[in-house]
Ligand binder design. Structure first.
Ligand SMILES: Nc1nc2c(ncn2[C@@H]2O[C@H](COP(=O)(O)OP(=O)(O)OP(=O)(O)O)[C@@H](O)[C@H]2O)c(=O)[nH]1
Ligand SMILES: [Mg+2]
Length: 255
C-alpha cells in the first residue's frame, strides 16, 4: 500500500472515537484525584489538611492559567470543577484533547507540589442552560456538605478507638442535629470549622483598579487588572449556584 493511503487508513482508526462538545452548550469539567483515599492516608492529616487544601487551590489556579478561558474553578475534597467561558473554543472543544490535557496539567502540577506521583481523572459535563450550571455547582457543594459532616464524625469516633463498622452503625440513618451533637460531645463545634471544609473554595477573575505613576511624566495613571482571586467564604446550596451564575454574568459583561 502506498504511504498516503496507509496514512489515511491509520488516521481514520485514530479518529474513530473523536467527538466534540456542542458549542451551544455550557461546559464544565470535573477533575478528581485518583486513589486519593490512599494518597491522603499516607501524606495528610485527617479528616482535613490545610496543606492538601492549599495544593488543591494551587492546582485550580494552575488550570485556570494554562491556556483555557475558564470563568471559575471550584474545589472541594479531592475534586475540582471548572466552568468554561462560553467564548472558549480551545481545541474546538474536542473531548479527548480537553480531558487528557486538563488531567495531565492537574496531575503534573499536583505531583510537583507533593513530590510524588499523583493522578487526576477528568470528565466533561455539557450543560444545556444557566439553570443547569447553577444546579451542577449546588450539587457538588451539597455533596461536600454531606461528606464533610460524616467524615468529621467518623474521624472523631475512630480516634476514640471505635472500629469502622461500629462507627458506620452508630451514624447510619442519623440526622444532622445528631451528628453535630455527637461532634460537640468530642469538643468539636462543627459550625466553627473553617468554611472551606464545609463549603469548598472558588477561584475566579476579579477586575481591580490599580493606580501607578508614569515614570516619564510623573502623572498618576489608573488601569484595570484582572486578578485570580480565591474566595473561601461561600454561600450554601441554591445561593452557591446563583453565586456561580453571577460570576458568569460578570465575565460575559466584560467580554
Ligand atoms: N486526610 C485527608 N484526606 C482528604 C482530604 N480531602 C479529601 N480527602 C480524602 O480524599 C478522598 C476522596 O474521595 P474519593 O475521590 O471518593 O476517593 P478516591 O480514593 O480518590 O477514589 P477515586 O476518585 O475513585 O480514585 C476521601 O477519602 C477523602 O477523605 C484532606 O484534607 N485530608
Ligand atoms: Mg478521588
Amino acid at each position: 500500500m502506498e504511504f498516503e493511503a496507509f496514512d489515511r487508513k491509520m488516521r481514520a482508526c485514530e479518529k474513530a472515537l473523536d467527538s466534540y462538545i456542542d458549542p451551544k452548550l455550557f461546559l464544565c469539567a470535573r477533575l478528581d484525584g485518583r486513589g486519593f483515599s490512599n494518597l491522603t492516608e499516607r501524606n495528610f492529616k485527617k479528616p482535613y489538611d490545610e496543606r492538601f487544601y492549599r495544593y488543591m487551590t494551587e492546582t485550580v489556579r494552575h488550570l485556570m492559567n494554562c491556556g483555557f478561558n475558564i470563568i471559575a474553578g471550584y474545589t472541594q475534597s479531592d475534586e475540582i470543577s471548572l466552568l468554561f467561558h462560553p467564548a472558549d473554543n480551545t481545541y474546538n472543544h474536542k473531548t479527548r484533547k480537553l480531558i487528557s490535557v486538563l488531567a495531565g496539567e492537574a496531575s503534573g502540577f499536583f505531583s510537583l507540589k507533593l513530590g510524588a506521583p499523583a493522578a487526576f481523572d477528568c470528565r466533561l459535563i455539557p450543560l444545556e442552560n444557566q439553570k443547569a450550571v447553577k444546579d451542577y455547582f449546588s450539587w457538588r457543594q451539597t455533596d461536600l456538605l454531606r461528606n464533610s459532616l460524616d467524615s468529621c464524625c467518623y474521624y472523631a469516633l475512630l480516634s476514640d478507638g471505635m472500629d469502622y463498622l461500629s462507627a458506620t452503625k452508630k451514624l447510619e440513618g442519623r440526622d444532622v442535629p445528631f451528628k453535630t451533637e455527637l461532634l460537640s460531645s468530642y469538643g468539636i463545634d462543627y459550625n466553627a470549622l473553617p468554611s472551606w471544609q464545609k463549603y469548598g473554595a472558588v477561584l475566579h477573575y476579579e477586575r481591580t483598579e490599580k493606580t501607578a505613576i508614569n515614570q516619564k511624566t510623573g502623572e498618576h495613571v489608573t488601569f484595570c487588572r484582572r486578578e485570580l482571586t480565591l474566595t473561601e467564604e461561600l454561600p450554601a446550596g441554591e445561593k452557591f449556584g446563583e453565586y456561580i451564575l453571577s460570576l458568569m454574568e460578570a465575565a460575559l459583561s466584560q467580554a
